[in-house]
Design a protein around this ligand. Sequence first.
Ligand SMILES: [Zn+2]
Length: 169
Amino acid sequence: MPQPPRFPIIDGFEFAGAASRMRGSWPVGELPRLRELLHDDAGSVEYELRGASDALGRYNLGLRVEARLRLTCRRCLEAVGVHLHEDVTLWLARSQGEIDAQPLTAEGPDGIVAAKDLAVRDLVEDQLLLALPYAPWHENCSAQGRTAPVERQTPFAGLRSMLRSRNRH
Ligand SMILES: [Zn+2]
């Protein structure tokens, strides 16, 4: 497998049509939208992208992401390690209208509009933002018993719906 550029840009349909494969990794500091939500720069992100088409002749991208990150514990505000594994199928649409015409299902693959210049880093970052736990804390937090979580509302609440609506409208 050839080494991809640091921040690869792909033509989604071409990539899927050729059943291409790509993999790479970044330190978390190179994913700025994700980094904003983390405790610090420690950690890394690995991804593997697989182009394919399904039985209905639709093109899709299989995206596997693995990340080791440090979030902020909601109780003691210290770093808490998180290990994320995501494996998703993104089907490629030629327009937003094509996505909107599909019935929305909770289980089905996500649709994305495949421009000629799909930034792989953005795809990976979106999946990680969706996968971040809402209110991480240490299983045996030193603050436990002394301070109850102040509130269940977290900075991540609403992020999922925000990303969904950005992708769908
Ligand atoms: Zn804690």
